[in-house]
Design a protein around this ligand. Structure first.
Ligand code: NDP
Ligand code: MG
Length: 385
């Protein structure tokens, strides 16, 4: 494999940081040619000084001044403003764009990158939940690849490689179950921010960590898988696997199951997405089988965690329903993190908003974003009521 030139949108986040580590470990194979940051200009400057990308993007002119003062080299370009991420995503020196912005901020840059013919390494599941059909069709149209970074989807992608889709019976997403996997239902009301942010197996950004605690993360991932692999939602199942070693599975029509396993470290799926179709020897630790002791699997508690059923319903309904579910969840999670609502209010708000505007048709990106905006307004009103 020759060297692959990557732009990272969200270089300062949990995924972005792991991607920068991968680039350092695989220098000569993976080169970071572009990076964006949002609030954390210190960290963006530190990564840029280490990996020396040609192009950078920050939200505004003030952030640009702060960034330039902290850089020890002169980048070719620093983009700012609302279109800055799109300019970075279409940077001519890039082969691939890693989208690792939390929430829907990665939507427009993803479309811009596809329009410019770039392959996408996709971490931001919200992009596919909101506009999966449009994104996949844009990718097909431009002959671009969407390589999944989310560990479950990266696992399924590996298990499916070279297989005929008609031979697939089910996709089985594994879920750690989060910190409250075995908590009694009546303790959920009193869950604190700190407890919800203590994920048992993964270290991630705050939004996805709360999503893991409510199980909305797995709900969003069901919808993400539906679009990535073009499999009907009825054939996508979830199983709880607390050790997070089996990252997901594919069951074939003959009953055989293929699974992908590794330690729970996002550098595994990130590296595979960035170097695909090659496998490159690096420094990632192999599994020590004798020390694993056990791998457990159990049924999700659907009654205690309504997020899974809500996501399935939204996917079945189609149109703008998944975008509405996602927007309401984003607002509810932010309200919970700000200490303004109790933990179970997250799924109660999503349920209420889906009832109010979950029947909107889909349409183009602007129509989906209008439903997203409406759902945000309703969710905020619901949270403050
Ligand atoms: P983080 O919160 O750690 O990082 C988010 C990144 O997005 C940061 O670089 C942040 O910049 C940037 N950002 C935030 N808001 C905006 C905005 N409005 N415009 C532009 N940039 C913005 O999130 P994670 O890395 O955990 O997650 C990123 C995505 O990857 C999510 O969609 C998540 O679901 C998905 N994912 C994450 C996994 C993980 O292990 N973390 C696993 C699988 C999927 P700054 O920090 O400078 O403000
Ligand atoms: Mg995941």
């Amino acid at each position: 494999m020759s060297c692959r030139n990557i732009v990272v949108l969200g270089a300062t986040g949990s995924i972005g940081q792991s991607a920068c580590r991968v680039a350092r470990e695989l220098s000569g194979r993976v080169r970071m040619v572009g990076m964006s940051g949002f609030r954390n200009i210190d960290r963006l400057a530190a990564e840029a000084n280490s990996l020396r990308p040609d192009a950078l993007a920050v939200p505004d002119a003030a952030a640009e001044v702060e960034l330039r003062a902290k850089l020890d080299y002169k980048p070719v370009a620093v983009f700012t403003g609302p279109g800055g991420l799109e300019q970075l995503a279409t940077w001519e020196g890039a082969d691939m764009v890693l989208v690792a912005i939390v929430g829907t901020g990665g939507l427009r840059p993803t479309f811009a990158a596809l329009e410019a013919g770039k392959d996408i390494a996709l971490a931001s599941k919200e992009v596919l939940v909101v506009a999966g059909e449009l994104v996949m069709s844009a990718a097909r149209h431009r002959g671009c690849r969407i390589l999944p970074v989310d560990s479950e989807h990266n696992a399924i992608f590996q298990c499916l490689e070279g297989r005929d889709p008609v031979q697939v019976r089910r996709l089985i997403l594994t879920a750690s179950g989060g910190p409250f996997r075995s908590w009694p239902e009546d303790k959920m009301r009193a869950v604190t921010r700190q407890e919800a942010l203590r994920h048992p197996t993964w270290r991630m950004g705050e939004k996805i960590t709360i999503d893991s605690a409510t199980m909305f993360n797995k709900g969003l991932e069901m919808i993400e898988a539906r679009w990535l692999f073009d499999v009907d939602i009825a054939r996508i199942d979830v199983v709880i696997h607390p050790q997070s070693i089996v990252h997901s599975m594919v069951e074939f029509v003959d009953g055989s199951v293929l699974a992908q396993m590794s330690h729970s470290d996002m550098r595994f799926p990130i590296q595979y997405a960035l170097t695909w179709p090659d496998r490159i020897a690096g420094s990632l630790p192999p599994l020590e089988w004798a020390r694993l002791a056990r791998l457990d699997f159990e049924e999700p508690r659907y009654d205690v965690f309504p997020a899974l059923a809500l996501a399935r319903q939204a996917a079945e309904r189609g149109g703008a329903a998944p975008a509405v579910l996602n927007a309401a969840n984003e607002v509810a999670v932010a309200e919970f993190l700000a200490g303004r609502i109790a933990f179970p209010r997250i799924w109660q708000i999503v349920t209420a908003v889906l009832e109010k505007c979950g029947h909107r048709p889909g349409g183009d990106l602007e129509a989906l974003l209008a439903s997203d905006l409406e759902a945000r307004g309703l969710a905020l009103a619901e949270a403050r009521s």
